[in-house]
Design a protein around this ligand. Structure first.
Ligand code: ITT
Length: 196
C-alpha cells in the first residue's frame, strides 16, 4: 500500500481540488480540503500574494503543510483584467463570461493567458516554495464546450486547433493547463524535499 503524504489544499473551489488530485495521481501526494472555518480575505495585489494568504490561513487552521492556488485570466486588450479579480468579475460564471465577451466585442486583439500561482507552506506558515504556471491562447468570439469550469468555454489554447478548454476532455486540459504547469514544479519540490 502506497504511503501518501497528505497536504491541505487551501481552497473553497471544488473544481480546483478535483483537478489537482487528478494531476497529482501516482505522485505519492494526496490533497485534502482545509478545516471548517477556512475563509481568508484575499486582499493581496498579486496572484502570488493571494496564494500565500490562503496557504498561510490553511496551515494556521490545520497545523499541516498546505498548498494554495491563486489563479485567473489575464486579457491583453483589457490591460490584464480580470486578473486577480477573475472570480469576482461578475456575480455568476455565465455573467463573467458574458461580461468578458462584451468588453472584447470591439477589440481586434483577443490574446490572453491563464496564470496560476501556487504557494506551499510548512505547518507554521513559512513559505517552502512558490511556483507559477501559465498557459497562453486567445478569447473565442462565442463560448463552446461543457467541461472544466470558469472561463474554460471561451479560452482557445494555442496549438489546439480552435478547441476551447471546455471542449477538451478533463485529461487533455490537465496535461497542458496553467494549474498543471505550476503543480508539476510543486510535486517535484515535495518529492525532492519532503520524502514522499
Ligand atoms: P479559492 O480562492 O477558494 O481557491 P476561487 O475560485 O475564488 O477559489 P481564485 O480566487 O484563485 O479562486 O480565482 C480563480 C478564478 O479564475 C476562478 O474562479 C475562475 O473564474 C478563473 N480560473 C482559474 N483557473 C481556471 C481554469 O482552469 N479554468 C477556467 N477558469 C479559471
Amino acid at each position: 500500500m502506497e504511503n501518501k503524504i497528505k497536504i491541505v489544499f487551501a481552497t473553497g473551489n471544488a473544481h480546483k481540488l478535483h483537478e489537482i488530485n487528478e494531476i497529482s495521481k501516482g505522485s505519492g501526494v494526496e490533497f485534502i480540503l482545509p478545516p471548517k472555518g477556512f475563509d481568508p480575505e484575499e486582499n493581496g495585489t498579486t496572484f502570488e500574494q493571494n496564494s500565500y494568504i490562503k496557504a498561510k490561513e490553511a496551515s494556521r487552521l490545520s497545523k499541516m503543510i498546505s498548498l494554495a492556488d491563486d489563479s485567473g485570466l489575464c486579457v491583453e486588450a483589457l490591460n490584464g483584467e480580470p486578473g486577480i479579480f477573475s472570480a469576482r468579475y461578475a456575480p455568476t460564471p455565465q455573467a463573467r463570461i458574458d461580461k468578458l465577451l462584451a468588453n472584447l466585442a470591439e477589440s481586434g486583439n483577443r490574446r490572453a493567458k491563464f496564470v496560476c500561482a501556487m504557494t506551499l507552506v510548512d505547518e507554521s506558515g513559512n513559505i517552502l516554495t512558490q511556483q507559477i504556471g501559465e498557459c497562453h491562447g486567445k478569447i473565442a468570439k462565442n463560448q463552446s464546450g461543457t467541461n472544466g469550469f470558469g472561463y474554460d468555454p471561451v479560452f482557445l489554447i494555442d496549438g489546439y486547433d480552435g478547441l476551447t478548454l471546455a471542449d477538451m476532455s478533463e485529461e487533455q486540459k490537465n496535461k497542458i493547463s496553467h494549474r498543471f504547469n505550476a503543480l508539476n514544479k510543486i510535486i517535484t519540490y515535495i518529492q525532492e524535499n519532503l520524502r514522499v
